[in-house]
Design a protein. Structure first.
Length: 352
């Protein structure tokens, strides 16, 4: 924890708090809700996909689990006396999703890399199929309604925005702790070489399951807030593969395995996606344009935005240090001068 890090964190908190006040238009705050939502999703996915190197494509299953949990606890027939009550059950949603994720992770993490990705995306489609067929719980294709939030119309989006901000801070806090603890070192060892990590005494299965459980728990809480915000849950939207793809792309774009990378990726892609959806939504060509934006950036910044910028700054510092270091120049000049003198003496001696 450095002074610079604390300054960045403080400035980030101030920006999050002030944004909906500085730009109070409903459409702007709504976009901020989704931007922060995807930043939280990408940061939570980063725990398992970035630090542990396990590219999960099934996180939307837990997003949908959180959404339907809120719909079951606070259905549309329920009248809320306090609009903050659904937010109070978020920790319960997280614990339930984490407990469900333990056996799923234990089975899925017997595989690695692309096989793990296939197994997890299969989980997503299984969850979506169950949501369509368990009509007594989910309402099937007709969906499930959520209790109407009794918030003021003029500032309706703000409670959801600040709830998403809290979840983003939770996800970033878990990410920061992972980077600066023994758990983070263990996850880095697993990502580099799982067999060697096991050989040097890393509790591979334990740290992987811990990262997976925390990741899906945060994802489920985000899904719960999303369902309360949109006020109706359909299986094809709650268990949408595009939700998983979005969080993965944002983590890769900003910089997988970094603290701020998922946030940067969300800030770039979510407004671009919303704009393109508005301009090209009728033909759904916005999906092609959305992919093109990502491909162009990844073409020129393959490691992500933040790692690429860090590499450029590091090379510039090294170049400046080499150019401006007087002892190095004197040593190099003296060495060349001595070598030249030696050659002259040898030539003179040979001539004599």
């Amino acid at each position: 924890m450095t002074r610079g890090g604390l300054s960045r964190a403080g400035g980030f908190l101030v920006v999050l708090a002030v944004l909906p006040l500085a730009m109070p238009q409903h459409w702007v705050v709504s976009m901020l809700v989704f931007t922060v939502m995807y930043a939280a999703l990408a940061s939570s996915w980063n725990l398992i996909g970035g630090y542990a190197g396990y590219p999960s494509l099934g996180h939307a299953a837990f997003f949908g689990f959180g959404a339907y949990t809120v719909a079951l606890v606070y259905p549309s027939s329920h009248t809320l006396s306090n609009g903050l009550l659904p937010f109070a059950i978020l920790p319960v949603v997280a614990v339930a999703a984490a407990l469900i994720g333990l056996p799923i992770g234990a089975i899925a993490m017997r595989t690695r890399a692309d096989v793990f990705a296939i197994v997890t995306i299969t989980l997503l489609f299984v969850a979506q199929t169950l949501a369509f067929n368990l009509r007594s719980l989910t309402g099937g294709a007709q969906g499930a309604g959520v209790a109407i939030p009794p918030f003021d119309v003029g500032t309706f989006e703000r409670p959801f925005y600040y709830a998403m901000c809290v979840l983003l801070l939770v996800a970033m806090g878990a990410s920061w702790y992972s980077r600066n603890s023994k758990i983070g070192l263990s996850l880095a060892a697993v990502r580099a070489d799982e067999d060697k990590a096991r050989g040097i005494g890393v509790h591979v299965a334990g740290v992987k399951l811990l990262a997976f459980s925390v990741s899906v728990g945060i994802t489920a809480m985000v899904g719960a807030v999303w369902a309360y915000y949109v006020n109706f849950v359909y299986p094809q939207f709650a268990f949408d593969p595009l939700i998983t793809i979005g969080m993965v792309l944002m983590a890769f774009l900003g910089g997988r395995g970094t603290l701020w990378g998922p946030v940067v990726g969300a800030v770039i892609l979510v407004p671009a996606q919303q704009y393109l959806a508005y301009e090209l939504g009728g033909s759904r060509l916005y999906l092609v344009a959305y992919a093109l934006v990502f491909l162009l950036i990844m073409r020129f910044m393959p490691r992500g935005v933040l790692p690429t910028i860090s590499d450029i700054r590091r090379r510039r510092r090294l170049t400046a240090a080499a150019d401006n270091d007087p002892p190095v120049r004197r040593l190099a000049g003296g060495g060349l001068g001595l070598a030249a003198a030696g050659r002259t003496d040898r030539q003179g001696g040979t001539g004599a």
